[in-house]
Design a protein around this ligand. Structure first.
Ligand code: OGA
Ligand code: MN
Length: 306
């Protein structure tokens, strides 16, 4: 079966055909998928009713898969492979979560534009999300292309931001939705991290804005000034021209490049309709600031151009 690549948007997103993810993916097939990923940043596969193991094995072709058990109840964790993150309003016994369940907080946080794991020192390369049950209406996921957004910035803006470093923290994004009540222990477990504001992608050489709900402020700048810059860039980068809205069908699997795209969940009737997806997350190789200083040691960390 030849692999087909059909672009879905003028900047990014492609639908991949001719691949069966319920069977082992041959190296030469994966090479084509990876090339499409590096070019289009987000790939959509339809009709892929993958098991946990099949999803984990496909994910592992991109790199090391994170184990993400942190926010989920023990029983759910026992039921699934430890690489699987449930993205759902259903508990492990198949019931819709009560309105005050703290797992609903994550659903709300997902409605902010973000990129996965930017609050970790070594952030995510990509995430893979597979749809098992989808509501009749709503619950789309929206994606935005941070390479196209960067390219469209005025030259002076690019120069201003190219070498900036930003502090990211999970607690920054949680505070935006009203959650501030974390113990010192919880805060110590996920300390703030630094990421470059503009990433250069090694495979394509393209540059991309690296921003997210977790992005707090610019290192070395007054906090408010940095927040203002991040807010302006977020607004610029999520204009309709850079955005694609995916209407899910059960059996869809999407892989997105967290280095150069953002995404967000959108509302649906979450008290009455079921939505069940499972995410696996693949780690990048290195922190983004460390990568930059390896590539250009003299310039790294400087807040201006020589
Ligand atoms: C995620 C995420 C959005 C959605 O899985 O990382 O942000 O629409 N999901 O469920
Ligand atoms: Mn996400």
């Amino acid at each position: 079966m030849p692999v087909t690549v059909t672009p879905l948007h003028k900047h990014f997103m492609a639908e991949i055909g001719g691949v069966d993810l319920t069977r082992p993916v041959a190296p030469e097939t994966f090479a084509e998928i990876r090339a499409a990923f590096d070019r289009h940043a987000i790939l959509v596969f339809h009709g892929q009713p993958v098991s946990d193991t099949q999803q984990v094995e496909f994910s592992a072709l991109f790199g090391p898969v994170f184990t993400t058990t942190r926010y989920h109840r023990p029983q759910e964790v026992q039921d699934r492979r430890k690489e699987m993150s449930p993205i759902t309003n259903i508990d492990h016994e198949g019931r819709i979560l009560p309105p005050d369940d703290d797992r609903r907080m994550h659903a709300r946080a997902n409605q902010l534009w973000h990129t996965d794991n930017s609050f970790k020192h070594v952030p995510a390369l990509c995430s893979l999300l597979s749809a098992r049950e989808i509501p009749g209406t709503g619950g789309n996921t929206e994606f935005a292309d941070m390479r196209a957004a960067y390219d469209a910035l005025p030259e002076a803006r690019k120069q201003e931001i190219d070498r900036l470093i930003v502090e990211h923290s999970i607690f920054h994004s949680r505070a935006k939705i009203g959650f501030t009540d974390y113990s010192d222990g919880a805060r110590r477990e996920l300390p703030p991290v630094q990421q470059v504001l503009v990433r250069e992608l090694p495979e394509s050489g393209r540059k991309a804005l690296y921003i997210a709900a977790h992005a707090s402020h610019v290192i070395g700048w007054p906090v408010e000034k940095g927040r203002q810059l991040i807010a302006e860039l977020m607004e610029f980068a999520t204009q309709p021209e850079f955005v694609y809205s995916h209407r899910w069908r059960a059996g869809d699997l999407i892989v997105w490049d967290n280095r150069c795209t953002m995404h967000r969940a959108t509302p649906y009737a979450e008290m009455t309709e079921r939505r069940v997806l499972y995410r696996t997350t693949v780690s990048d190789e290195i922190n983004s600031v460390e990568r930059q200083s390896m590539l250009s040691p003299r310039k790294a960390g400087a807040a201006h151009h020589a």
